[in-house]
Design a protein around this ligand. Structure first.
Ligand code: IPM
Ligand code: MN
Length: 355
């Protein structure tokens, strides 16, 4: 088994170091190989996703990814920006299914901006389609308006589109995930306005026929955004397109009070996967040793479960994290009175000890 380790920018290196420490403590035999990605890769090799990094990621059974992006790269041309690395990896590896759990840990209920009773025990699984939609649809670009849309003005445009197989495969992933949980699936779309998402809804209904044990509900995205803060516990598995999933998964993450706790998995048809924390590179706190490594450590657990066939090891890590939280250790992002504030390294050490 080979794991490609891509720490990236900002706090990426610090948090990935802790996850690697936890993986090594498991005493399983896998090979780990490191490569540059994002801004650091641009600085060292002139491209955010160098060929060598892409090649390593393709060969590996799984990729453990930190985060990309830093202020100093914000003005680069779009194709050289750090974000292109993660978009490129998703596309090149065909990672169409993105799992973003939003779990409210018992000890962190108070950290949510919502009333504790609304979020206590919250456990939502967001499944975001990751390689289609307006993120990747062609054509896109800038041009001098030529179709009389707004006479005389130049314009920018992107294309929202989904082909049937793209919707079908994410639908199967979502129905199967729902079968393993509460047998209830919420599909989020904008079928009242967009042709793309009327098609999405139609295909969801067709695929549903193969999963009669799962209840399928549809909801418009604006209403879903509202329900997420009104009664989030009514939602179990939520499936949606790339852009709505980007937005709703950040919203759902915030319900748990701590985006620093949330892992994610992006899988392709071969169960090869890329695992990364749901949060970003947080350049403002990079190098300070205060970032929360738990989202990355929990991403490593997801990697063991989904791509490396080691579910017991994944359980061990998840139990260890809960134990550490129960013991009262907190990084700054989840700190509250009466708990003990620790740094990145100390938190990683505590998880290793709790294994
Ligand atoms: C995410 C991020 C990315 C996205 C960016 C960095 C390209 O926001 O993983 O949610 O929009 O998908
Ligand atoms: Mn996002």
């Amino acid at each position: 088994m080979k794991i490609a380790i891509l720490p990236g920018d900002g706090i990426g290196r610090e948090i990935v170091t802790e996850a690697v420490k936890v993986l090594k403590a498991l005493d399983l035999s896998f090979e780990m190989e490191f490569a540059d990605v994002g801004g650091v890769a641009y600085a060292a090799h002139g491209h955010p996703l160098p060929d060598a990094t892409l090649k390593l990621a393709k060969q590996a059974d799984a990729v453990l990814f930190g985060a990309v992006g830093d202020f100093q790269y914000d003005n680069l041309e779009r194709h050289l920006r750090p974000e292109q690395a993660i978009l490129g990896l998703r596309k090149e590896l065909g990672l169409f299914a993105n799992f973003r759990p939003a779990i409210c840990y018992e000890q962190l209920t108070h950290a949510s901006s919502l009333k504790p009773e609304l979020v206590a025990g919250l456990d939502i699984l967001i499944i975001r389609e990751l390689t289609g939609d307006i993120y990747f649809g062609q054509p896109r670009g800038r041009r001098t308006a030529s179709d009389g849309h707004f006479p005389g003005a130049d314009e920018a445009f992107d294309t929202m589109r989904y082909a049937r197989p793209e919707i079908e495969r994410i639908a199967h992933v979502a129905f199967q995930a729902a079968q393993k949980r509460g047998k209830k699936l919420l599909s989020v779309d904008k079928a009242n306005v967009l042709e793309t998402f009327q098609f999405w809804r139609d295909v969801m209904n067709e695929v549903h026929k193969q999963y009669p044990d799962v209840t399928l509900e549809h909801m418009y995205v604006d209403n879903a955004a509202m329900q997420l803060v009104k009664a989030p516990k009514n939602i179990d598995v939520l499936v949606t397109g790339n852009m709505f999933g980007d937005i709703l998964s950040d919203e759902a993450a915030m319900l748990t009070g701590s985006i620093g706790m949330l892992p994610s998995a992006s899988l392709n048809a071969k169960n090869q996967g890329l695992y990364e924390p749901s949060h970003g590179s947080a350049p403002d706190i990079a190098g300070k040793g205060i970032a929360n490594p738990l989202a990355t450590i929990l991403s490593a657990a997801m990697m063991l479960r989904y791509s490396l066939g080691k579910p017991e090891a994944a359980d061990r890590i998840e139990r260890a994290v809960k134990k550490v939280l129960a013991s009262g250790l907190r990084t700054a992002d989840i700190y509250s009175e009466g708990t003990r504030k620790v740094g990145t390294v100390e938190m990683g050490d505590a998880v290793v000890a709790a294994l």
